[in-house]
Design a protein around this ligand. Structure first.
Ligand SMILES: Nc1ncnc2c1ncn2[C@@H]1O[C@H](COP(=O)(O)OP(=O)(O)O)[C@@H](O)[C@H]1O
Ligand SMILES: [Mg+2]
Length: 230
């Protein structure tokens, strides 16, 4: 398994944001992490990527415990956080070279050129990040998440705030990347998740309430409606 999440929980004060969440992801799976706002998606993804400590439970990346060998586990995954923090003053390649340096990668220039090609950023390289449209900034966020060729890619609402064309392009990119990786990406919109994923995990009030393969999505539609009206 590329990712094993074992009974993880997180409290904020008296509020239990994530309750005993467990699941696993195999290579090649593109898993949509679906749930209404406030369900606990971002908190779960931050715990999986080591950005927020766990109150309880364990996370393993390719069998490596995230808190026992954080450096090794983190080198195997890429993360695009919800707010996609970037350095606006930097040029795209300058920023990506900086990220590649953090991973102590070899052949940095070649790898940056390749990831710029993969994410379709070639035409924008003369611009600073702050001059890019939201869709292109998301691509830069995706580029920094995949530059070290991680086995697991974790994306928090990668298409939030994008127009339908940009969403289609990002989704196509994820599909092309997903062949030999595990991908876990969150969304609060069912239609968006349903177009590219092989499996859907549904979280509601901090708990996993459904884990469905693609051909069971019909059931999910009614479940999603039911849960989001409550
Ligand atoms: N840093 C924090 N401090 C206090 N409460 C938080 C914090 N982050 C998230 N929460 C709360 O935890 C719950 C889950 O939030 P979140 O994981 O961001 O949900 P989602 O990403 O599904 O919208 C929400 O009720 C949210 O208000
Ligand atoms: Mg969120």
């Amino acid at each position: 398994m590329i990712l094993e999440v074992q009974e993880i929980s997180k409290n904020y004060g008296s509020q239990q944001a994530v309750k005993n969440v467990s699941f696993a992801i195999a290579p090649g799976e593109i898993v949509g992490f679906l749930g209404p706002n406030g369900a606990g998606k971002s908190t779960t993804l931050k715990m999986i990527t080591g950005c927020v400590p766990l109150d309880k439970g364990a996370v393993k990346i390719n069998g490596i415990d995230l808190w026992e060998d954080a450096l090794k586990a983190k080198s195997l995954m890429g993360f695009l956080p919800e707010d996609n923090p970037l350095y606006g003053e930097m040029y795209i390649s300058e920023y990506l070279e900086y990220v590649a340096g953090l991973y102590a990668m070899d052949h940095i220039k070649e790898n940056v050129t390749e990831v710029i090609r993969q994410t379709g950023l070639q035409a924008e390289t003369a611009k600073k990040i702050e001059q890019l449209s939201k869709g292109y900034r998301q691509r830069v966020g995706l580029a920094q998440a995949i530059i070290h060729q991680p086995k697991l890619l974790v994306l928090d609402e990668p298409t939030a705030g994008l127009d339908p064309n940009q969403t289609t392009e990002i989704n196509a990119l994820l599909l092309s990347l997903g062949r030999n990786k595990g991908i876990l990406f969150s969304s609060h919109t069912l239609s968006e998740v349903a177009t590219i994923c092989t499996r859907i995990l549904f979280i509601h009030r901090g708990e996993i309430v459904a884990d469905l393969s693609r051909n069971e999505i019909g059931d999910l539609e009614s479940l999603f409606k039911e849960l989001t009206v409550n």
